[in-house]
Design a protein around this ligand. Structure first.
Ligand SMILES: Cc1cc2nc3c(=O)[nH]c(=O)nc-3n(C[C@H](O)[C@H](O)[C@H](O)COP(=O)(O)OP(=O)(O)OC[C@H]3O[C@@H](n4cnc5c(N)ncnc54)[C@H](O)[C@@H]3O)c2cc1C
Ligand code: FES
Length: 275
């Protein structure tokens, strides 16, 4: 893989502000880069700084799409910019989801909050080769209904019978809603596993969300019978260089930026303190 040390100049092409403080940015690059699902780039704002961010779309090429939460100094500066503003994009970095491992198998995606962004890129990649994977089930936990990312898209796919969607929300002012295509419950995303009908022995799982999600769900999936070699999670660490040079991201002796951020549960079990 070629690693770019110079940011590629890019402009903000579109900002979708449907979900407060979790805007979907589309950037147009002056030259194409290929960012696979699960990989990330360093997005820089001239005169302000840079931060790592995952691709939320597949394939990319001349555009790069990311769902970005307003978190602190640099992301707040991005939120002050309008369409047409200049930024820089350096990457791609890291190891993404091993797409070959999904071929011929059913797929279980488990997302918590903003973790839906990298899983959307994975979902798009899998749907691009629809004949190569079996049933796709998405379990997606959010704080509240208004915080659900890509809701129109996901419900469109569910209504078309392309994927099955199960939402959970921490709280809602109205009773959770359900249709023939998707259901929503109040509770934790892990609770959606309880009565889920699927075939663990032929399933590959991908999990993305806050650290609290990993603590229980990864081993739950293994207990249900999914091979730990086929349960993937993406780790988030404070990153800087992205190429295994600065040591900011080192966890249990591993460079999360270059050896991850996607690891299998079998690998994570050998990295104490990683989850
Ligand atoms: C591989 C990777 C992929 C990521 N993908 C996305 C994405 O798709 N969308 C998105 O919105 N964000 C993503 N992030 C997180 C994003 O990089 C941080 O939110 C960003 O660095 C915040 O920068 P800031 O200058 O605005 O905030 P800062 O001022 O640096 O920090 C604001 C607050 O966030 C905390 N924080 C900052 N970075 C991290 C981090 N990496 N992990 C935990 N806490 C952190 C700080 O401790 C502080 O409390 C990703 C991070 C990594 C490592
Ligand atoms: S971010 Fe520098 S070594 Fe990983």
């Amino acid at each position: 893989m070629m690693v770019a040390f110079q940011p590629v100049p890019a402009v903000i092409e579109a900002i979708d502000k449907k979900v407060a403080d979790n805007h979907l940015f589309t950037f147009r690059l002056s030259e194409s880069i290929s960012v696979a699902p699960g990989q990330f780039v360093e997005l820089s704002i001239p005169g302000v700084g840079a931060f790592p961010v995952s691709t939320a779309a597949h394939p990319g090429g001349a555009t790069f799409q990311a769902c970005i939460r307003r978190a602190g100094r640099v992301t707040a500066a991005l939120y002050r910019l309008d369409e047409g503003a200049n930024v820089g994009i350096r990457g791609p970095f890291g190891q993404g989801f091993p797409l070959a491992a999904f071929a011929g198998r059913d797929v279980l995606l488990v997302a918590g909050g903003l973790g839906m962004a990298p899983l959307r890129a994975l979902l798009q990649a899998l749907l691009g080769e629809r004949g190569r994977v079996g049933e796709i089930i998405l379990l997606y936990g959010s704080r509240e209904p208004d915080a659900i990312l890509f809701r129109d898209e996901l419900e469109g796919l569910a209504a078309a019978g392309t994927i099955k969607v199960r939402y959970s929300v921490d709280f809602a002012t109205e009773l959770p809603w359900s249709t023939d295509a998707y259901v929503c419950r109040i509770g934790l995303v892990t609770e959606l596993l309880r009565d889920l009908r699927f075939a663990p022995a032929q399933t590959v799982a991908a999990v993305c969300g806050p650290p609290s999600l990993y603590g229980c769900v990864l081993e739950d999936l293994a207990r249900l019978g999914i091979d730990p070699e086929r349960i993937y999670a993406t780790l988030e660490r404070r990153m800087q260089c992205g190429v295994g040079q600065c040591c900011h991201c080192v966890t249990a002796g591993v460079f999360v930026c270059s050896q991850g951020p996607v690891f299998s549960l079998a690998e994570l079990r050998r990295l104490p303190g990683s989850i």
